[in-house]
Design a protein around this ligand. Sequence first.
Ligand SMILES: Nc1ncnc2c1ncn2[C@@H]1O[C@H](COP(=O)(O)OP(=O)(O)OP(=O)(O)O)[C@@H](O)[C@H]1O
Ligand SMILES: [Mg+2]
Length: 508
Amino acid sequence: MDRFIRKNQELSAILDISRVLTSSFDLDKNLNAVMESLAGQLEMQRGCVFLLNHISRELRIVAAYGLTPEEIRRGKYRIGEGIVGQVIESGQPMFIPNIGAEPKFLNRTDSRPQKSGVSFLCIPIGLDSHIMGVISVDRIYTEERGNVDDDLRVLSIVASFIAQFVKLWEHFQQAEQECGNLRSQLKEKFNLSNIIGEAPSFQHILKSVRKVATTDTTVLLLGESGTGKELIAQTLHYQSSRSKEPFVAVNMAALPENLIEAELFGVEKGSFTGATTRRLGRFEMAHHGTIFLDEIGELPLNLQVKLLRVLQERKFERIGSSESIPVYARIVAATNRNLLEEVKKGNFREDLYWRLNVVPVDLPPLRDRVEDVPLLLDFYMKKFNGMYGRCVRLDPEAIGQLTAYRWPGNVRKLANLVERLVIMAEQDVITGEDLPFNLVSLTQKPIPPISVDALNLGREIEGLERSRIIKALKDNNGVQQQAARSLGFTPRQLGYRMKKYGIGLRYD
Ligand SMILES: Nc1ncnc2c1ncn2[C@@H]1O[C@H](COP(=O)(O)OP(=O)(O)OP(=O)(O)O)[C@@H](O)[C@H]1O
Ligand SMILES: [Mg+2]
């Protein structure tokens, strides 16, 4: 054959194979397509790609041409076994001119009724000095149909492409697995059982969170700083059918005004903006997942108009492009501002407010659900004790003081304080005296004076009692007799209190 034509064919086969290998991360499909392409180029009878299993140290056929599935299944070798095993051991290519005359040729696959006159080429697949498999080809050489050196050259190039591909594929598999593990950890972490709160006002909220998690409805989270808006937003996402898709948070207060638009909607490549590459916006990144528009109250008025359009029409354009991109992401927004006040003051568009306010979730401040303070203290004590390998606990006086505290920073502040107490504690029991001075003073001199009046104190004590009973019932799997004993009550006293506090058989 004309050498020039032959070289051209080689080049186009190599180009074809490099395209196939970069088309996807499907190992089976890509390697079989490579064998198909080589078959045409080398006029081979049979061909196989063997890969070494790192654990069993066995070579297995992962792609083949000209073999039946049964023959593929039989094709297993150990390192050093047969020609294939020898090539992997030595890392050197081998050429057997006539397999009929070669005793080392094991023919494990049993796919060659006619061995005489068939040549066998076997090339290692490796990167640097790491050999990960071999590629083998059977063919019959005749005067006018190719020569061995040309074939060995083409196969070496293809083997190095395959090596690169397999390495990337392994990384991809590993990343996929890690991603899957992380995703299930997130699902576990952002689970309703990790949101603490037994107060009726809070239970009511969790009920609606449970309900809306399964829908695509826009949710507006309201509440003071540290009340759990972001926690609820993430829980909504990880407990919905979108949990495998991304959760993308954008904090409007953290971005400079002139960057918010590009951040949200992205920038088209080569547009008048001078962008050299296309930059995806957060709406596109969220795709079929959830976009969390945090601190929405800080969004400048001119961008409120643009966001309103996105919410109304469910589509947007990248900056510098006229192509409309549909929005499939679920929208969750949050603010610690009183948005209605902002509407009245003219700082927030009323139409946008109503668009966002489809399902409002108003998180109560901690001072309005004092009965949850002991539960939260317990939750965070356990968490940080585990984290720092300690077994610190609060004595009743400390719990009492912390329950009476007004918690201006809400749960965030409580969690931070518990973490600090666990780290700093010199003994295993923390007493009221160990609490920071400023905290005690705010308890003693509360900002709204009603907190010390007898009525409020009574309510707080009742709240504490109620949450203790709920906890005891939970700890004792609902067995009232045991729960009563752990609390130092008679079963009758417990029954009376459960009735008084409206605690049902499901403890709520
Ligand atoms: N009910 C809860 N149970 C357990 N942890 C909670 C609860 N609410 C909030 N937290 C924790 O408190 C911290 C603050 O919560 P989060 O960041 O969700 O508050 P936020 O409302 O978004 O505050 P900000 O307005 O300041 O951004 C987080 O560590 C969160 O996990
Ligand atoms: Mg937040």
